[in-house]
Design a protein around this ligand. Structure first.
Ligand code: PBG
Length: 323
């Protein structure tokens, strides 16, 4: 044998030297759940080690994460049922606790990067990402609501808008609205290939945002489709998205890979709640090693081509690196 691949694996130093994929805290975006009130830190029962925070408790948590090297946060609001309505009007209300929290985070940590979610579901009495009229999720009537929500978030100081709704044409409507309101520096990371997935369960528990009727299959993508992701990506790219996201991550590594090859802008992936919950459940049973499984999962998402990864493992991973 004159070719022996094992020679390049013979010591830790050599293995590190020839490592093709690097994974660091700088690649991670930490999704965090926010709740109105004071002194709240409630664990999400289906998502161990993840909490609904009130802003007073969240600020020190963000400081801790920043000290661990995590600088980017995606904040999601858990909204009281009584504040929800058909048109998601609370999403841009002047006394919205989510917008107030974004203002406080940016004031206290100007060097942090705050990303927000744009979709109607946390504020909608129907629990859908778009407006429901006569049982249908209507596209074009949803767009102005998303635009208003985006401007309110930009006014609060958000750095990156994350439209997660999957309505057609929303990136250009949001881009135009932001530019028109003087926010041409605010970025858009669009949920480009967002699949109708079984892995969003714990997230919907965290926000109590599950659809009240029906499912999301008329707007989120069919998991069977790959070429359709190219169409979605092309539209979002042409409409002015700064980064394209694939969601979920692990069952869709091929989609991450193909978007990375075909589009000249950063690709991100959302390692969603259900993917995180599976690892916790198995680790709690002693069926796999939590730290090793987390590292291998995140590495695989990077290897597939993701520049950034939204992951509930962000803080644990940052702490692991310190060990
Ligand atoms: C809502 C939204 C969802 C997630 C992010 N934004 C859920 C959904 O579409 O029902 C899921 C994130 C996760 O599961 O971690 N627009």
């Amino acid at each position: 044998m004159n070719i022996r691949p094992r020679r390049n694996r013979k010591s830790s130093a050599i293995r590190h030297m020839v490592e093709e994929t690097k994974l660091g805290v700088e690649n991670l975006i930490y999704p965090i759940f926010l709740k109105d009130g004071k002194n709240i830190k409630e664990e999400v029962s289906s998502l161990p080690n993840n909490f609904r925070w009130s802003i007073d408790k969240l600020l020190p948590e963000i400081e801790e994460c920043m000290n661990l090297g995590i600088h980017t946060f995606d904040i999601f609001p858990a909204v009281e049922e009584s504040l929800k309505d058909q048109v998601a009007s609370y999403s841009y209300a002047s006394d919205n606790f989510y917008l107030e929290a974004i203002r406080q985070i940016k004031a206290r940590f100007p060097e942090s990067v705050v990303m927000s979610d744009v979709a109607m579901d946390p504020y909608s009495s129907d629990g859908h990402d778009g407006l429901v009229i006569d049982g249908k999720i209507v596209n074009d009537e949803t767009l102005p609501i998303l635009a208003k929500m985006s401007i309110a978030q930009a006014q609060a100081g958000v750095d990156i808008i994350g439209p997660s709704d999957m309505m057609d044409g929303r990136v250009s409507v949001i881009r135009e609205a932001l530019d028109g309101a003087g926010f041409s520096d605010v970025s858009i990371m669009s949920y480009t290939a967002k699949y109708a997935s079984a892995f969003y369960g714990p997230f919907r528990d965290a926000l109590n945002s599950a659809p009240k009727s029906g499912d999301k299959k008329t707007y989120q993508m069919n998991p069977a489709n790959r070429r359709e992701a190219l169409l979605e990506a092309q539209l979002d790219f042409e409409e002015g998205a700064d980064m394209l996201m694939v969601k979920p991550a692990l069952c869709y590594l091929d989609i991450i890979h193909v978007l990375k090859e075909q589009f000249p802008i950063p690709i991100t992936a959302y390692n969603v709640s259900g993917e995180c919950a599976m690892v916790h459940a198995a680790a709690q049973n002693g069926w796999l090693n939590y730290d090793l499984a987390v590292y291998e999962m995140l590495l695989s998402i990077r290897r597939a081509g993701a520049d950034g990864i939204l992951t509930y493992f962000a803080k644990d991973f940052a702490q692991m690196l310190r060990k």
